[in-house]
Design a protein. Structure first.
Length: 196
């Protein structure tokens, strides 16, 4: 059975805490009995604010040049810097740019245009914020896996630390190009929540 969180409202009515929780409970037939353990460990309004921050960043983010990774670009640039001791740096830089453009075009011809995915973006933000576990796969490779945002998996203090770190990630990679200051970006998040 799906895991979901509920909030107790006036009159003793329990309602889903988030949109995901609503979708999970909507699948249950009327009269379904369920049991659970309450944790009461997190502020649902702050949880919603976190998702407002994610949505704000996602709305302003436009994918660009995703067919050549930043790591590949850095490697080519480092190699050019190394080679520049035997040839003119300008010529080598132009050759590197041409090579990267050719590589991107070759991949564009072979692969479809990558989709802009909120779920992938959310996981990336959480991982970049440092909230991930390392997992080993059957082939021996090790990958990052974003930690769960479920109420039962993270305390209020941990979630507060995640929010601050995620804000920094979204600010540096997306919002810095749109807002004049971090305070202005935070005000936009608050406005989305109806706080301002």
């Amino acid at each position: 059975m799906a895991e979901f969180s509920l909030i107790k409202h006036l009159g003793g009515v329990w309602l889903p805490a988030t949109e995901v929780d609503h979708e999970a409970t909507a699948q249950l037939p009327i009269g379904t009995l369920f049991t659970g353990k309450g944790s009461g460990r997190r502020n649902v309004r702050f949880h919603r604010k976190f998702f407002s921050l994610l949505n704000l960043g996602f709305d302003y983010w436009e994918p660009a040049g995703g067919l050549v990774t930043p790591a590949e670009t850095r490697a080519v640039r480092a190699f050019v810097k190394y080679l520049s001791q035997w040839a003119a740096l300008d010529t080598m830089t132009q050759a590197a740019d041409a090579f990267l453009a050719q590589l991107e075009q070759h991949r564009a011809d072979r692969f479809p245009v990558p989709a802009k995915s909120f779920e992938a973006y959310r996981k990336w933000v959480v991982e970049e914020a440092g909230f991930y576990d390392l997992i080993t796969l059957p082939d021996g490779s090790v990958r990052k896996q974003a930690r769960s945002l479920k109420f039962s998996k993270m305390t209020e203090h941990e979630f507060n630390e995640l929010y601050k770190a995620a804000f920094g990630v979204i600010w540096r990679h997306v919002l810095v190009n749109t807002f004049a200051s971090e305070d202005e970006a935070e005000a936009a998040v608050n406005q989305m929540m109806g706080y301002a």
